[in-house]
Write a protein that binds this ligand. Sequence first.
Ligand SMILES: *Cc1c(COP(=O)(O)O)cnc(C)c1O
Length: 367
Amino acid sequence: MTTVSDNIAFKITRKTDGTPAAERESLVANPGFGRAFTDHMAVVTYTEGRGWHSAEILPRQPLMLDPAASVLHYAQEIFEGMKAYRTPNGAVQLFRPEANARRFQKSAERMAMAQLPEDLFLEAVTQLVTIDRDWVPAPEVGTLYIRPFMIATEAALGVKPASEFKFIVIACAAGEYFSKDAGPVSVWVETDTVRASRGGTGTAKCGGNYAASLTAQMEGKEHGCQQVLFLDAEERRWLEEMGGMNVMMVFEDGTLLTPPLAGGTILHGITRDSLLTLARDAGMPVKEERYALDQLFADAKSGKLREVFACGTAAVVSPIGAFKSKTDSCTINNNTVGDVTAKLRQTLCDIQFGRTADPHDWIRTVA
Ligand SMILES: *Cc1c(COP(=O)(O)O)cnc(C)c1O
């Protein structure tokens, strides 16, 4: 699709009755995850023939949609997840936002949606973070979680790529995704349903992938597990990823291993890529290779497999303490947080929060 955009300037309408400071401060001090929404939103409209137009920062409000809007029927929807971090000196910064903008374009391409120029994506995020900068929590509390997304708004029940879209950015103050005190998570290995298949939409960040993963999550919960691990669709044998996070293994010889992207079924995680880079920086052997479920159970039991963790923007690094499937189970590292897992998490967070040097030029200061 075309990449037309008028030379876009955002029209800013400030919320006049914004959340009172005392209420905001109490929300930002104890935000939970995904409910302490900021006062504003960014909206940009796409119309075929005209391109992207009417860029606005508005008071956060419900959307008006025709009930025939394609997104409601055929799920033409994509999203991103990113964060703004408060540094020790009070500045607000983003982590690799261009990578989110590029991935958004890839997702749009797969879902036959309009291409959003990278600079427009970055400008919308920057404008929203700037106007709502008081919603960015103190670093010891958390981050501002940013959710850019695009929906097909054309009112048409015929199955075809829509000709009208809205790109929207919302944000919320966010604490830890998983409680720190709760320790490592237990993971259910899903063997009935799959998240992605070759040629499918596994590498696109589209809402439908998540809808398809929810029955497995429910099943996992019944077995006392907080997360789900999906296997490949063809052999039901190779580890792919969690419902919304990539997975990494640490072995007794110090090797870090994660499933490869080449099969086209694993989401290209920015956290995944950053951790692989930081591990290489630290001199760790890094492998992107297939790893079988039966091997995981065998290596966990022999002690060869030392640590396993999930990684993604929301939870950053989430240690895994146990796996359960219909036929087997194992414990990882005595259900405690491993040293390599803790070190990698710390190194990444120190860069994201501006507590240490940024050797790979990943940081963008916005406000
Ligand atoms: C977003 C996402 C991830 C993690 O990607 P990050 O860029 O690290 O946040 C992993 N898997 C899936 C399925 C995702 O949607």
